[in-house]
Design a protein around this ligand. Structure first.
Ligand SMILES: [Zn+2]
Length: 415
């Protein structure tokens, strides 16, 4: 089955169209729900189609009659084990990270240590002794060195980003830093992100991660972060515009209005970037795990993470600071994140992610412990004991938050 999952590419409205190569891949197969062309491995012949049979996407089972059938819900399957992942900064004594993770039933630490490979290797060794996985925290933020590869936004969006940067109000008028915006004056990210529509960016990311995996043999995996759009919608650079034009003409002209096509293109190519990079890591080092935090938000579909063929997909169910999300929304998002994780791929486990701020310069941004408890109660109510948080280091400085976590979500049996 694993061979098939790697080998076969199913292209569909719901699954994403590979970059640069969609033109020759369109074919007659159709998904009965999506009503869009499906192609397997770029080929249309029946033998290839039949070979695809073992693919076990939860919702799609290809058949040979030019349709995609949908698996019945309630198919017997093994429940995923409880998994907890903490996004953590370096601590002077790395053992503190490991001990805290063990105490709170965490399975993994995603470490922001940059290229401090000595630190990472030391941590891997300590974590391995405690049966905890370490992931390399990887993002695609732009730097002065790669300015040519930055995403481009419209002049209006650039103006908004400038205003946000210059805003000295403590809460920056409700700015959410990449989370779901509360108004249309703050719906742009104030940091730069690389344009992953550029083949040179995709190649650079792949090479970088291969180097990391070579230098840190103890890593259990790679954790993606900041994979998204600066304006939460699309990139407006010439490379992206050209690709969109081709995509629209070949696939969607006459079928979808241009603005809807842009949404579909942006989501397809964003998913495809994640999936290609994950596949490249797995190819380089079989068995390597890929985790991701879906961030910054994608406005047309904030909970799109089940399109990503990764091992652990963390999606925000409760935001860092005020306005705190309505508890009904926390429950709704958790249910979606956990129960819908295998809609497109068999691999992913959906993990609810909670952001938290404490001790910030502006106390208004801090999350009260009672609020944290209520969010955890909702996650538990929605049926999950799995969990992810950023920053994990909060549990070191504020052990009482860790106590709340264990009280509300319990400890995995194997920890
Ligand atoms: Zn671009």
């Amino acid at each position: 089955m694993r061979y098939c999952l790697q080998k076969i590419v199913v292209v569909a409205f719901l699954m994403g169209i590979p970059l640069l190569s969609f033109a020759e891949r369109l074919g007659p197969y159709r998904c009965v729900k999506a009503d869009m062309p499906i192609v397997i491995d770029g080929k249309l012949d029946e033998a290839v189609w039949e070979k695809a049979e073992p693919i076990r996407f939860k919702c799609h089972i290809p058949d040979k009659w030019e349709t995609i059938q949908f698996a019945e819900s309630g198919m017997p399957e093994r429940a995923d084990p409880i998994w907890r992942g903490g996004w953590a900064g370096k601590e002077k004594d790395p053992q503190v990270l490991v001990d805290t993770a063990r105490r709170l039933g965490f399975s993994a630490l995603m470490i922001h240590a940059g290229d401090d490979f000595a630190y990472l290797n030391d941590l891997c060794q300590r974590a391995s002794a405690a049966n905890i996985d370490v992931y390399y925290w990887y993002h695609i933020s732009g730097t002065e060195k790669n300015k040519d590869w930055w995403q481009v936004v419209s002049p209006e969006e650039a103006e908004k980003a400038k205003r946000i940067k210059e805003d000295k109000e403590p809460d920056k008028h409700g700015y959410q830093y990449g989370g779901e915006p509360v108004n249309d004056q703050t719906d742009v990210f104030d940091s730069e992100l690389l344009c992953f529509h550029r083949p040179e960016v995709v190649e650079d990311c792949g090479k970088k991660l291969e180097t990391v995996l070579a230098k840190c043999p103890g890593l259990a995996g790679v954790a993606f972060d900041y994979f998204g759009y600066k304006n939460y919608r699309c990139c407006r650079c010439p490379v992206s515009e050209k690709l969109l034009d081709e995509y629209f003409k070949k696939c969607l002209e006459g079928k979808l209005p241009r603005d809807k096509a842009l949404e579909q293109f942006s989501l397809d190519t964003l998913s495809d970037f994640n999936n290609r990079l994950a596949e490249r890591c797995r190819k380089y080092k079989p068995g390597i795990k890929i985790a991701t935090h879906v961030y910054p938000t994608f406005l047309a579909n904030p909970v799109y993470g089940n399109r990503l063929n990764v091992d652990y997909c963390m999606q925000t169910v409760a935001w860092y600071f005020e306005p705190f999300w309505d508890l009904a929304k926390v429950e709704k998002y958790t249910t979606n994140v956990v129960q819908d994780a295998k809609r497109y791929y068999a691999r992913p486990q959906g993990i609810p992610f909670v952001g938290i701020f404490m001790d910030s310069k502006n106390p208004k941004l801090d999350k009260p412990s009672q609020r944290f408890r209520e969010e955890l109660k909702m996650i538990r109510k929605a049926g999950s004991q799995s969990f992810s948080i950023c920053p994990f280091n909060i549990f070191i400085k504020h052990p009482e938050f860790g106590d709340i976590l264990v009280e509300e979500l319990g400890l995995p049996e194997n920890k």
